[in-house]
Design a binder for this molecule. Structure first.
Ligand SMILES: Cc1ncc(COP(=O)(O)O)c(C=O)c1O
Length: 428
């Protein structure tokens, strides 16, 4: 028992790096922040939201409903519209009709951002000591959820089109041999313009990963789920959309799909959603009932109206064009300023460039490079935050995630210029 009377979670919990990075970004004028995953300020749909709010409040019945509590699963019209949006995206991406039953609003729930859904799914499936497979690298905030809940994470290597399937099989096989497979619950995959690497998982890999999980289910003794985090799906500025894993065989029974309106519409509204199979849906819904018994109804109405009146659809091309141009500003600055020893990929969507310095130059919070970057007033996310700390392999310690989401063009250029100067000082 802790002297302060804290629970094991209360004692174990550390300040999430995301909170610290966001605080630093907001509190330090002059800091060029390429760290926090803020969305682009100038493209936030202020006018559309003003029009929607005015019109909702002008209709007393609708206005009162919006200002009242709602249901735990979420507003019915938003669930319907979300299900239609998801189905339409998958039909377009796959070029095939998809059954409406796959996207049934009855198994769709609205959450406080997709972040809450990730937390709830983890709570519903994992006990302390269980395992979740994550990508190498992965969304570091999700690693924080796992750590705080005492869930163990093991990394699976990535290739340019998603998971390294041979490595996934190797990991599953070794977990089977060691008996750890019985405590494996799911694989967590950020499938579109991944945070942090910007890799998009091709559909064939989603299908193959589900087939591989199926092969190991009898040894595990329970279903092995595929948590598909599609947070950046709509932020695509090149190439075609890719179908979700829902469309693959066993997609309906094994895929937990996490989506959000934060990135493609308004991050301040924090409205996300999940499409889940039973029995996970019911467990998550009940846990949410204890957390908050429903996401803000007012914000749900806002999103429902934005979808129903076409604001959302009209907003996307503008948003994509804006991010594409900010991406071009960042990549151009990188070409001009970063030494040739730094490797990076030009992203096709999302908010990030993932850059890797030579291994002799670590970039973590405790590194000389990071401290010098802070002193030079530029902030990035150290790559080593994005790796599960498992003993099966050594994570990259010299990468960085650079975001072109929140900063304006001049801030992006300044940030890259400051980093470039520092890299030159380190003779990279
Ligand atoms: C990969 C990924 N998933 C989920 C989220 C959570 O976003 P939200 O809760 O705003 O939907 C983020 C936010 O940055 C993210 O990068």
């Amino acid at each position: 028992m802790s002297r302060a009377g804290l629970s094991r979670l209360g004692q174990r919990i550390q300040e999430p790096a995301i909170s610290w990075l966001m605080k630093l970004t907001l509190s330090q004028p002059g800091m060029a922040s390429l760290a926090a995953g803020f969305t682009d300020n100038l493209s936030l749909p202020v006018e559309a939201v003003r029009e929607i709010v005015e019109s909702v409040l002008a209709r007393p019945r609708l206005g009162r409903a919006a200002l009242q509590y709602g249901s735990t699963a979420g507003d019915e019209s938003l669930r319907d519209l979300t299900s239609q949006h998801l189905r339409a995206s998958d039909m377009e991406a796959s070029g095939k009709p998809q059954p409406s039953s796959l996207y049934s609003p009855d198994r769709l729930l609205i959450t406080h951002g997709s972040q809450q859904l990730l937390y709830l799914c983890t709570e519903a499936l994992c006990d302390e000591g269980d395992w979740v497979l994550v990508e190498d690298p992965t969304y570091f905030v999700y690693l924080g959820i796992l750590r705080s809940r005492g869930v163990r994470a093991r990394g699976v290597r990535m290739r340019a089109d998603g998971l390294d399937l041979a490595h996934l099989e190797e990991v599953l096989e070794s977990m089977k041999a060691s008996g750890e497979l019985r405590r494996l619950k799911m694989i967590y995959s950020v499938t579109y313009f991944q945070n942090p690497s910007s890799i998009t998982t091709c559909f064939a890999k989603k299908k193959a990963a589900l087939a591989l999980l199926k092969r190991y289910e009898s040894a595990a003794g329970h279903p092995l789920y595929y948590l598909e985090d599609a947070a950046y799906r709509e932020l695509r500025f090149a190439g075609d959309d890719v179908s979700s894993a829902l469309v693959a065989p066993r997609g309906a029974s094994r895929v937990l799909y996490a989506g959000t309106y934060s990135k493609p519409f308004a991050s301040g509204a924090r409205v996300g959603f999940g499409l889940l199979p039973e029995p996970v849906f019911t467990a998550v819904l009940r846990i949410k009932g204890n957390h908050d018994f429903g996401t803000s109804n007012f914000l749900q109405q806002l999103l429902a109206e934005a979808l129903a009146r076409g604001h959302f659809r009209k907003h996307l091309p503008r948003l994509r064009a804006r991010y594409a141009s900010k991406r071009a500003v960042m990549t151009q600055a990188i070409r001009e300023r970063f030494p040739s020893g730094v490797r990076w990929e030009d992203p096709q969507g999302g908010l990030y460039v993932w850059a890797t310095l030579p291994s002799r130059c670590p970039t973590g919070f405790q590194s000389r490079f990071f401290k010098q970057a802070l002193a030079a007033k530029v902030l990035y996310v150290p790559g080593d935050l994005c790796y599960a700390s498992d003993r099966s392999r050594r994570p990259s310690r010299s990468s960085m995630r650079l975001s072109f989401g929140g900063s304006e063009e001049s801030g992006i250029r300044t940030g890259i210029e400051r980093l470039g100067r520092l890299m030159e000082k380190h003779k990279l």
